[in-house]
Write a protein that binds this ligand. Structure first.
Ligand code: UGA
Length: 446
């Protein structure tokens, strides 16, 4: 007899066929049902396996980050908080990116000295002498400034920092610097000066409250501009190097974040900054080293043998400009990633207002080092250099009383004093310590 279920499954046509067919279908149904349930079990198994694989992956990720990364954990958070603590009424809490860099170190120390809270961030890359960066870090640590080792491209790290501390300001100085090195390693400029900048701005835009941002642009944005002195309203659409182009792009990118999200932005166009704890890739630094070692220096010359000139600016003047900019930055207006009203967008030249030729720079160094340089004059190669720079700083003067006070003679004297105390008179560099020497005489210690 067909079962009740078979009755329900097939039309009630009498005959043998019905019964036989019903039995066949019954078997097929069971086979089918059993294969569906097998598939179901397999599917479940697959889901379970995938889930456990994913959680294992995430466990390993977290675990490896926990064990290998130099940030995170209760102790780390405590150090970050302590460092960000202000010690004066109305003090600011500043995240300084590129804190182990030349300008970053000086600005961080100056902020801390006047009672502001400072947390440094630096990736300690090997563009130049990492031991110099470590030495700057030790100096900062001695003054109670904690440096987080990490990259501005690390969005998770940035979010974490903004979770742990309510930063009132970000002093963004982390960048791939150097005009001529851009021909050797163009990607590093895109990575730090474009992608890194955007990652940082994303974190700032989402922070609640949003910080005000002051960041380092460059005099190089004036590029082929030949109207002197350079004013902020002059043309900046003809950069001569990829470095300059990334800094110019930074000015446009920050403008959009100001416009869309209400971030307060101040861009500072630094003019060839020099001084103690400076950058070994810059001319005044490598010239000093070569002169002391009796090695020749390459002095570039422009068209028709015209001397190149720079508006060399002493670090203390730059620091005053940075602090003045932070103090007058005005608030960001957005919250939760949304703009609530217009916020300040400013760009200032920070220069010395009196250019000096490169041969004169060499003569001053010779006097301070009491040693003759072996000059090797070479026509300026087409490597991104511009013939001269000269800042008009009246905008910065009006906004926060910026007035450079150190001439090149005085500033280089201080630099040489520091150089000799740091490296000694007979600083010898081993072959393996040189990096990217390919494009000229600019040697960088490793
Ligand atoms: O003001 C700026 O915006 C820029 O200033 C410097 O760039 P630069 O002015 O080229 O500084 P140096 O590399 O120290 O060169 C200074 C002068 O010395 C010349 N020079 C450099 C190296 C060399 O071996 N010989 C030489 O004659 C250069 O052509 C230039 O005229 C910094 O390196 C950039 O990061 C910064 O953004």
């Amino acid at each position: 007899m067909p079962s009740k279920l078979e009755d329900e499954l097939f039309p009630s046509t009498p005959g043998k066929f019905k019964i036989e067919r019903a039995h066949t279908m019954n078997r097929q149904f069971h086979r089918c049902f059993s294969s569906t349930s097998t598939m179901f079990v397999w599917a479940l198994l697959l889901i379970a396996l995938t889930a456990s694989y994913l959680s294992l992956q995430s466990f390993l990720d977290t675990g490896s980050r926990y064990f290998s990364a130099s940030w995170g954990g209760i102790q780390w958070e405590k150090q970050v908080r302590n460092s960000a603590q202000t010690h004066r009424n109305g003090g600011m809490s500043v995240l300084v990116t590129g804190a182990a860099g030349f300008v970053g170190t000086h600005v961080s120390l100056a902020l801390k000295k006047r009672g502001d809270g400072v947390v440094g961030l630096d990736n300690f890359n090997d563009y130049y002498d990492q031991s110099l960066k470590k030495a700057r870090k030790s100096l900062l640590n001695e003054h109670g400034i904690f440096i987080v080792e990490g990259d501005i491209n690390d969005a998770k790290l940035l979010d974490k920092l903004f979770d742990v501390v309510v930063f009132t300001h970000v002093m963004h100085l982390a960048a791939q610097a150097g005009v001529r090195y851009a021909m050797e390693n163009p990607q590093s400029y895109v990575h730090s000066n474009i992608a890194g900048l955007v990652t940082l701005l994303e974190a700032c835009k989402s922070a609640n409250p949003q910080p005000s941002i002051v960041w380092a642009s460059s005099s190089s944005v004036y590029g082929l501009n030949d109207k002197v002195p350079f004013s902020e309203s002059d043309r900046t659409d003809r950069p001569a190097s990829l470095y300059a182009a990334t800094k110019k792009a930074g000015e446009e990118i920050t403008h959009t974040y100001n416009h869309i999200y209400g971030l307060s932005i101040t861009g500072l166009r630094f003019f060839t900054v020099y001084g103690p704890w400076g950058r070994p890739d810059m001319a005044y630094f490598s010239f000093t080293r070569n002169i002391l070692q009796g090695k020749p220096i390459t002095v570039y010359r422009g068209k028709n043998r015209v001397d190149l000139a720079r508006d060399f600016t002493y670090i203390d003047d730059i620091v005053k400009g940075c602090l003045g900019s932070l103090d007058t930055s005005g608030k960001s207006t957005g919250s939760g990633g949304k703009k609530r009203g217009p916020a300040p967008f400013r760009i200032f030249n920070l220069g010395n207002t009196s250019p000096v030729t490169v041969p004169t720079l060499v003569s001053i160094l010779e006097r301070h080092l009491q040693k003759k340089a072996k000059r090797n004059f070479v026509d300026m190669p087409g490597n991104g250099d511009v013939p001269f720079t000269h800042a008009n700083t009246s905008l910065a003067r009006k906004a926060f009383g910026y007035k450079p006070t150190t001439d090149l003679q005085t500033g280089l004297k201080k630099f040489v004093k520091w150089y000799l105390s740091y490296y000694g008179y007979n600083h010898v560099i081993h072959e393996g310590q040189f990096r990217h020497l390919k494009s000229g005489s600019v040697a960088v210690l490793d």
